[in-house]
Structures are given as C-alpha cells and as structure tokens.
Design a protein around this ligand. Structure first.
Ligand code: RFL
Ligand code: PHB
Length: 389
C-alpha cells in the first residue's frame, strides 16, 4: 500500500492529524495496535483549551462538542476547608470547554469513516523503516500476514509506550523525565457533579479533583499510592476518601453512586527532544507526558498536530521545508511551558510526605497568595485556558 503520510496511533493526535490533512487534500493511513472498542473504552482528558477547540472546528468535528460540551469560565481551588474561584472570563476573557477525550475520539472516528479514511486496527508489530531517508515505510502484522505501507512521511502519534520514539537512535534523542511518588485513582460515575466547575482540592490527606462530563456524569480523582491497585479501592472506600478531602459543604452535598470506570494512573513529566528525525515526526504523548493536574496532555497533542499539519500542507503545496524544519522548535517552546505549568500545579496541590510540615506550610502560603493576588490568578488563568499557538 502507498500513502502520503503514514500515521501510527489512532488517539486524538493521530486521528486529528489524519482529518486535517484529508481536508487539505493530503492522504494518510492510520495504523493502530488496538481495536476500536478498546480505544473508545479509555476514559481520559476532559478539559479542552480554546486553541484545541478552534482546531476541532477547523477539522469539522465540532458539531456535537458545541452541542454537548460545557463552556467553563472558571475553576475552583479548595484548601483549608474553603473553595476559591479563579474567574477566567474576568481575568483573561477566556474559557475552556469540558468535553471528554473519549467523545472527541468518537467524533473523529466518525468523520474519518464518513470521508473514507483508512484506519487499520489490531495491527501488530508495527515497525518503522528508513525514516532518515526520503522513502520511509512501515510494516505491521495481521495474523500471519505482514503488510507494508510506503509513504513520504511518518507521524508517530502512538503515545508514551509507542514504537515511534524508540526508532530514533539513542545518540540523537535527549530525554528529560520526572516521576512523581504517587498516582491518581479516577472514578467515573453517573451522578450529578458536586460543583458545576472543575475543582482542585488541596488536603493534608492528599489531593482530590472534582470534574465532570455532563450534568449527570461525574469524574473524580484522588491522589493514591503507587503501590495501590484498584481492587483495594471498592466504591465505598473511594467515596469516603474523596469526601474527607473536600470542604465541608461540598462533602455534605456529594452525591455518590456505583462507579462506571475506575483506574489508577501514575504521574510523570517527560520530554523527548528533538521531535523530528528525518522524515519521522513525533506528536502528542509519543514525545511528551505531563501530569494531568494542569489538564494539558490532550491540548499539547492538539498543538503539535496544528504545527505538523501546517508543515505538511506547506511541503505538499510548494515544497517549502521551512515549517518542517522548525517543527520541533515550535512544538517544544509550547511543550516546555505546559510542562512547567503542569509540574507547578502538581507541586502546589499534592501531598509530598518527604517535604514534611515545612513544605506543607509553604504550599498553604502559596495557595493563599494565589487566591488573593490578581497577578497570580491571571498567570494561572492564562496557562490553564491555553497559551497561544
Ligand atoms: P494516545 O491517546 O495515548 O494515543 C496513542 C495511540 O497509539 C496506539 N499505539 C500504537 N499503535 C500502533 N503501534 C504501536 N506500537 C502503538 N503503541 C501505541 C495506542 O493504542 C493509542 O490508541 O496519545 P495522543 O493521541 O498523543 O493523545 C494524548 C492524550 O491521550 C493524553 O495526553 C491525555 O489523555 C492526557 N490527559 C489529559 N489531557 C488533557 O489535555 N486534559 C485533561 O483533562 C487530561 N486528563 C489525561 C487526563 C490522561 C490521563 N491518563 C489516564 C493518562 C486524565 C488522565 C487520568
Ligand atoms: C478530567 O475531567 O478528567 C480532568 C479534568 C482536569 C484535570 C485532569 C482531568 O486537570
């Protein structure tokens, strides 16, 4: 098989790239290791920045998002038993969209299917070849048959555990990493959210996040130990722990119910540089990971895809390599700022036992400063709603 751009991974990065390229007359083939059911079963991000919303509109997959997504003009930060509001609209004139990554992925699959896009699922042993030449190709196995896709470029959109980044020789790739000593236990439940806005809770027992997908679907997380396993967290224990970490009025009004999904995610900061090697371009989690505290992972995947789609459109349009040559630098400037913000939010809000009582007092002082300083709140609002592309 031959195509113009071979895309590895059908997460939001791969599907969005494929869709944007198609609308510009550039053909691609998406090769995915998992089944479609598996990809659509993953519950992940929920907060979409303005820039990503605009890109989803450009990709013509905005109809349901505009109908069902919620525009949020602020978030809550709770500590010391009180909730404080950061008013994005008043501070920056901006807002975010609350709409699940699962729904974005579903919308993108639907659009790709409607436009005749090729997405190959259950592709095993995906391997990249000759990426440093002008004729790269990839191979994959389905059952006993090995297939080959020849292309002009390969986009590695296969997430943190994918194969693309590992194809770049070790002497070319620099990696930067920070692993946090805790995880997030997440629960999705068909209950009305405790607050109409996403609320980040600092508590001496550990961090808790109250989020939502709709007026009747809640998403909650509690900081947990890396040794924990979901089996140790029956629903009752989860709700009790969450309640203990919320301000009293929220704890009192929290509506509980059976969990629909429950999972534990470790927290990590990671960046790989450069994001391009020859004709291979990394995008999204394949190149960088942020802890979810800043809600930046999916949004960074979208900004990478923005830069990559523009670079490919310029190359196919006029042979211009300027944007392609600048791809890694353009992405990384934005990536590192989101890395900083996500690290800062994580450091501010979680319990780090090794920091001791002094560290906890410093956190509380910073939180108190944050919610009483217009400058500090504006900086948070600017970063949370999304820095410009
Ligand atoms: P994905 O979504 O991981 O997709 C990669 C795809 O590649 C496939 N794949 C392969 N295919 C072929 N061959 C191989 N060898 C392959 N290896 C892997 C995988 O099956 C998969 O389908 O990466 P992408 O597209 O870069 O998208 C990134 C986002 O998914 C991620 O950054 C966000 O989910 C992070 N994130 C959040 N981001 C936000 O912007 N806002 C949030 O509120 C937010 N909350 C979260 C999050 C991530 C979380 N977890 C579980 C990691 C909350 C959580 C709990
Ligand atoms: C979510 O709704 O899943 C969510 C919201 C905000 C975050 C992380 C996850 O920072």
């Amino acid at each position: 098989m031959r195509t113009q751009v071979g895309i590895i991974g059908s997460g939001p990065a791969g599907l969005l790239l494929s869709q944007l390229l198609h609308l510009q007359g550039i053909e691609s083939v998406v090769v995915e290791r998992q089944s479609r059911e598996y990809v659509l079963g993953r519950i992940r991000a929920g907060v979409i920045e303005q820039g990503a919303v605009a890109l989803l509109r450009e990709a013509q997959v905005h109809e349901r998002m505009d109908r069902e997504g919620q525009i949020h003009e602020g978030i809550g930060i709770a500590f010391g038993g009180r909730r404080h509001r950061i008013d994005f609209r008043a501070l920056t004139g901006s807002s975010v969209m609350v709409y699940g990554q699962t729904e974005i992925t579903r919308d993108l699959f639907k659009a790709r299917d409607a436009m005749g896009g090729t997405i190959i699922h259950d592709a095993e042993d995906v391997t990249l070849h000759d990426v440093a030449t002008e004729a790269p190709h990839l191979t994959y196995r389905k059952g006993d048959d090995v297939h080959r896709v020849d292309c002009d470029f390969i986009a590695g959109c296969d997430g943190f555990h994918g194969v693309s980044r590992r194809t770049i020789p070790a002497h070319v790739l620099r990696t930067y990493e920070k692993v946090y000593p805790f995880g997030w236990l997440g629960v999705l439940s068909r209950t009305p959210p405790v607050s109409p806005e996403v609320t980040y809770n600092h508590h001496e027992r550990g961090f808790a996040l109250c989020s939502m997908r709709s007026e009747s679907l809640s998403r909650y997380y509690v900081q947990c130990s890396l040794d924990d396993d979901v089996g140790q967290w029956p629903d009752d224990r989860f709700w009790d722990e969450l309640r203990r970490r919320l301000p009293e009025d929220a704890a009192r009004t929290l509506v509980t119910g059976p969990s629909i999904e429950k999972s534990i995610a470790p927290l990590r900061s990671f960046v790989a540089e450069p994001m391009r090697h020859g004709r291979l371009f990394l995008a999204g989690d394949a190149a960088h990971i942020v802890p979810p505290t800043g809600a930046k992972g999916l949004n960074l995947a979208a900004s990478d895809v923005y830069y990559l789609s523009h670079a490919l459109v310029a190359w196919y349009g006029s042979g211009d390599t300027k944007l392609m040559d600048a791809y890694s630098d353009h992405c990384l400037r934005r990536v590192w700022k989101a890395e900083r913000f996500s690290w800062w939010m994580t450091t501010l809000l979680h319990r780090f036992p090794e920091n001791g009582p002094f560290g906890e007092r410093i956190q509380l002082a910073e939180l108190d400063y944050l919610v009483n300083s217009k400058a500090a709140m504006t900086a948070l609002a600017e970063n949370y709603t999304g820095l410009p592309y």
